[in-house]
Design a protein around this ligand. Sequence first.
Ligand SMILES: Cc1cc2nc3c(=O)[nH]c(=O)nc-3n(C[C@H](O)[C@H](O)[C@H](O)COP(=O)(O)OP(=O)(O)OC[C@H]3O[C@@H](n4cnc5c(N)ncnc54)[C@H](O)[C@@H]3O)c2cc1C
Length: 156
Amino acid sequence: MVVWTTGFRAPDLAREAGLAVGDNGRMLVDATMRSVSHPEVYGIGDAAAARKQDGRELRMGCGPGGLAAACAVRAIGDRLTGRTPRQLRVEGDGHCISLGRKDGLVQYTNSDDSPRGPMITGRLAAMFKEAIVSGAGGFGLRHPTLALVAASRTLA
Ligand SMILES: Cc1cc2nc3c(=O)[nH]c(=O)nc-3n(C[C@H](O)[C@H](O)[C@H](O)COP(=O)(O)OP(=O)(O)OC[C@H]3O[C@@H](n4cnc5c(N)ncnc54)[C@H](O)[C@@H]3O)c2cc1C
């Protein structure tokens, strides 16, 4: 058996471009995903250290990256239309891991990463993950505007 654990690392692009970055190399952004050193630049996803309202850094991952993207797009639209840009407010998160085709784990969490609600395991969890990868992910790529609306529902 091989147990393989890995983490993610931000590329050096932001640092090399002269943008303010944290110790882990992620671009430092404000609550609307704007670079704190270069406000004309927005950062989202693994490369940017967005913070939740409690000050915790948004973890790297596809879900948080999508929320940051929705927040950035919304903030850009707000600024272009003269409105006060709405800030990132994440109410919770979800962890979804596939362990092969027949097993997996789904756990929703609160903003502080403590578990929320029951944990789903087994084949149901694997099917759930498959639905996300093949269904929701693909849907978001094909219909980015609708995906943005859906993501916005999880943003305050
Ligand atoms: C094997 C694996 C499994 C994963 N499983 C999960 C999971 O189950 N759940 C989860 O939440 N997350 C998972 N992740 C993490 C998830 O994929 C990332 O967190 C997510 O893709 C980050 O999105 P992003 O848009 O920030 O970056 P990316 O998806 O990495 O997109 C960055 C893009 O920028 C491009 N790029 C890089 N440098 C340059 C450059 N200099 N010029 C132009 N383009 C450039 C890259 O080619 C890439 O297309 C997994 C990652 C891996 C590798």
